[in-house]
Design a protein around this ligand. Structure first.
Ligand code: FES
Length: 151
């Protein structure tokens, strides 16, 4: 199998994987990085959302061979040492999570939204977050947490 050198959460990781293996499987099964969740496996639910380069991405549909030198960031890579990312802290302060399964993906999408819009409107929040599904229906608290993190 081909060997790939990936930069994941700031660390170089070498993996031996089939070229078409989805990045999500590489992260979870080969590297033990389980923050990105397997929900639908077809790029629809957003549970696996992570960052590839500067983009929000769905690693369940991104083959490992396509990553190249782009850095990969998962929820595990957000905190700075022992200090949570402001979006993570806002999630705690607003008590967003219910079952929690979709929340890593929700947070990764919210982080990128706030990088693009430091004080997003409700419409911008709804547009950015609309493709991250939460079966518990925590959308109101997600919006509140994004506003708290932006403040
Ligand atoms: Fe990747 Fe659903 S598991 S989008």
């Amino acid at each position: 199998m081909p060997v790939y050198t990936l930069t994941v959460n700031g660390e170089e990781r070498v993996v031996d994987a089939p070229a078409d293996m989805p990045l999500l499987y590489v992260l979870r099964d080969l590297l033990g990085i389980t923050g990105p969740k397997y929900g639908c496996g077809v790029g629809i639910c957003g549970a696996c959302t992570s960052h590839i380069g500067n983009n929000v991405a769905r690693p369940c549909i991104v083959p490992v061979q396509s990553i190249g030198a782009q850095p990969v960031t998962t929820i595990e890579g957000l905190a700075n040492g022992g200090v949570l990312h402001p979006v993570q802290q806002a999630w705690i302060d607003e008590d967003v999570a219910q079952c929690g399964f979709c929340q890593p993906g929700q947070i990764m999408t919210a982080v990128r939204l706030l990088e693009q819009h430091s004080n997003p409107t409700d419409a911008q929040i709804d547009a950015a977050m609309s493709e991250n599904v939460c079966r518990c229906g925590t959308y109101v608290r997600i919006r509140a947490a994004i506003k708290r993190a932006a403040a």
